[in-house]
Design a protein around this ligand. Sequence first.
Ligand code: UTP
Length: 296
Amino acid sequence: MLSVRQMIHKAVIPVAGFGTRMLPAAKAVPKEMLPVLDRPTIQYVVEEAAEAGIADVLLVTAKDKRAIEDHFDRNGELEERLAAKNKQALLASVSELASRVSVHSVRQAEQRGLGDAVNCARHHVGNEPFLCLLGDTIFSGDLLPSRQLVEAYQKLGTAIIGLEEVPAEKVSRYGIVGGQMIGEGLMRLSTLVEKPSPQSAPGRLAVAARYILTPAIFDCLDCTQTGAGGEIQLTDALRLLLEREPIHGVVLRAKRHDIGNPVDWLKTNLVFASRDPRLWEQLSPFLGDLLGREAR
Ligand code: UTP
């Protein structure tokens, strides 16, 4: 375990995956660039990190996903034009985040899995604990996961995994943790299993796309063999980390939304629309009509 508790300065966001479940939409446009309402999914993820006080973000990208890096580059010509036309709200929408966070990128040479993607961050992260956010998952709620995890890290000083309770029949889709509850929504982990059968699952708390990782994860990733799906799995490396250091799990207070498949992407858009009163006012009569028509 780290002897001195360090601050969390950096976030790592893996966005290099092929996104096959989102094809053909994700062929030339990275799935992380698909919009939820007015902005690409990845922007919500970076905003969540910024809201937790992180000013340094590393995107782990792939060669065909340049659009993500471009999205976070300043576009001087566009900004000048919006300023000249006094379109302040639009100007803020394309420049405000860039003024709060510096966004870096590194390439994952080959899509060898989430664990391999995280390992690509080693040089940038150095010997510090860091926040890790999956680029295809966003959250809604008053306390977003990054802030919740950073606060838990400040108290506990260990690696922390964001958790979500899932129905028993769905445990085989997730990494499932087991351990001892030591406080409200707080678990000291004793085990982690990737996609267990409902009979063998250690519980119903699933790993939910947000982590604080200690730098020892990199050695663990080096020792991790190819696992499920022929990929280097982060869950397998976390199991090795658990042999070396304590890990805590925190049940997330926010609600998780995955945009990695068409149905969940559409549902995410509807949930976010329903949270915006002006938008919902325009959308709900239309949806009511549509549902009425379907019912006939
Ligand atoms: P997923 O497990 O959803 O995989 O990745 P995927 O390849 O993107 O999508 P499918 O399964 O083919 O539809 C979760 C996150 O990890 C990143 C993805 O970009 C996504 O944000 N990832 C995954 C990488 O960065 N590298 C990888 O090798 C795999």
